[in-house]
Structure formats: structure tokens, C-alpha cells
Ligand binder design. Sequence first.
Ligand SMILES: NC(=O)C1=CN([C@@H]2O[C@H](COP(=O)(O)OP(=O)(O)OC[C@H]3O[C@@H](n4cnc5c(N)ncnc54)[C@H](O)[C@@H]3O)[C@@H](O)[C@H]2O)C=CC1
Ligand SMILES: O=C(O)[C@@H]1CCC=N1
Length: 275
Amino acid sequence: MTSHVTFIGAGNMASAIFGGMIESGYPREAITATARSGERLETLEQQYGLNTTTDNQAAIAQADVVLLAVKPQVMREVCAELRDAVQARKPLILSVAAGLDAATLEDWLGGDLALIRCMPNTPSLVGAGASGLFANDRVDETQRELATRLLEAVGLVEWVEDEALLEAVTAISGSGPAYFFLVFEAMIEAGQQLGLSEESARRLALQTGYGAACMARKSDLTPAELKRNVMSPGGTTEQAIESLEQAGLRQAFSEAMTACARRAREMAKELSQKD
Ligand SMILES: NC(=O)C1=CN([C@@H]2O[C@H](COP(=O)(O)OP(=O)(O)OC[C@H]3O[C@@H](n4cnc5c(N)ncnc54)[C@H](O)[C@@H]3O)[C@@H](O)[C@H]2O)C=CC1
Ligand SMILES: O=C(O)[C@@H]1CCC=N1
């Protein structure tokens, strides 16, 4: 039987996930989404054909899975509102909120719940996401498989068995799309400085990033080996790579990702302590 999935909050991340589920054949009758404004409800009904309501409690009356997709700052208030309905039904809880740990969420919802924390990323919007998942002790194998199936509808799924590793997942894939967008920005600017139009530089930079990612995914070679294959001895790439290494690119990534993981830890503390 198809599990009924209810999304609490229907913003960017939620619509990426239910959009992907529908595209991969998940029956829309088995999906409910809540929103705060009637206008948003209308869009959800017309664009996706979902069951919708502004009533978060009523929305989970039939839910087998409740996917929490509101901002971390409003999660406590939303959990308080859902608590009684969740305790009455005990659905699988899936949270995509950054920096809110499983124990805090379970506690806010009244305890004794199977709960999966997920760190997705925005390329989920185009079906090319990467999500890290962590399950608490109450989650069984069938529930893990179900969560994998739901998130695989929008990209790759990687399970971690230690919740602290979700900080590393945030640093590599949760925030990671922004690093690549920065690299694209920098390459486009440099291409313009070398005389290309902005449009040509943009097209070439984006296709190159896309091509490199496709190639690295398909190839048996490591990124280091693929890089060496582009570098003819005494040629042009050698000059560029030497310049990037001398500028401290590796160190910059190490520091950036350490800062990102640290912030995820701090956010978890701030959010769980907030009254
Ligand atoms: N944007 C990103 O790159 C990532 C976001 N996340 C997480 O995803 C979650 C959602 O983020 P976005 O979709 O980007 O935000 P968003 O702002 O697009 O969506 C949140 C939605 O929740 C709705 N909402 C607020 N209070 C509500 C309530 N009481 N009841 C029902 N709906 C309510 C808002 O109207 C909004 O549509 C956050 O917890 C965030 O940490 C996780 C990974 C990456
Ligand atoms: O920047 C943030 O806090 C969120 C979490 C991962 C991506 N965006």
C-alpha cells in the first residue's frame, strides 16, 4: 500500500521533493501539503494537484510520513502544534531542517518516535540533489527504504550512521552548491576580463562544470587522475593549476568547510536552547 506523505510547510525544499516524487510516479492523492496562505494552497492544488490545507493538525490525520519542511526558527512552534496529533498516530517523522538534531525534534514532538533527519540541497529542484540521511534508533528497515525512495526521487541519497556526520554532509553537499556557483561567478568574470562576452563566458563555464561533474561521476579514474589527464606537460592547464594551488585553494576549501560544519553545530545548540 502507498504510504501517505504529509509535508508541513510547502516552500522551496518541500516543493522540490514532492515535485520529484510526482514526476517519478508517486500518486498525488497520497500527498498532502500545508501552507499558511490560501494563495499558496491554490498554486499547490493547481500546479501539483495535491491535497492541501492550512490546518497542520488535520493534515496529519492520515499520514504515514510527516515531512517537516519549515524553517528551523519556526520548527519548535510547529512541533508544539503537531505534538498531540503526532502522538496519536505515530507516523515516521522526516525533517529537512538544518541544524536541528534528532533528539531535540523528537522531544519537541513528545518523544518515542521514529525520526529521520535529512540534509538535502537546492539542486533537488532540478532532480539533481544530494541528501544525507540519519535515522534514530526507532526507525526500522522498511521506514529507511521508504525515506530512501522519497529522497531518491530528487537525487542521490547517502546514509550516515553517526548524526554528527550530518555537519560534514552540510559542509559538502548542503551548502556545497553555493561553492560551485561562486566558482562559476569567478570563471565568468575572468573570462570577461580575457575578452569574452558575459553570455559566452557563462555558457562555456556552466557547460564545463556540468561536463566535468558528468565525467567524474562516470569515470573509474579519481578526480586527481582526471585532472592530470587535462594537464599536458609544459602546457596551459599546468600553469592554471599551479596558480590555483599557490593561491591556497585547498586550504581555502578546508577552512570554508570547517567553518560551515562549526556553524551547523552552533545552530543546533542555539536552536535547541531557545525558549
Ligand atoms: N534552502 C536550502 O538550501 C536548504 C534548506 N534546508 C532546510 O529546508 C527547510 C525549508 O527551507 P526552504 O524550503 O528553503 O524554506 P522556504 O521559506 O521556501 O519554505 C518554508 C515554508 O514553510 C511555510 N511555513 C512557515 N510556517 C509555517 C507553519 N506554521 N505551518 C505551515 N507552513 C509554514 C512558509 O510559508 C514557507 O512556504 C529549512 O528548515 C531549511 O533548513 C535544508 C537544506 C538546504
Ligand atoms: O545556509 C544554510 O543554513 C542552509 C543549510 C544548508 C544550505 N542552506
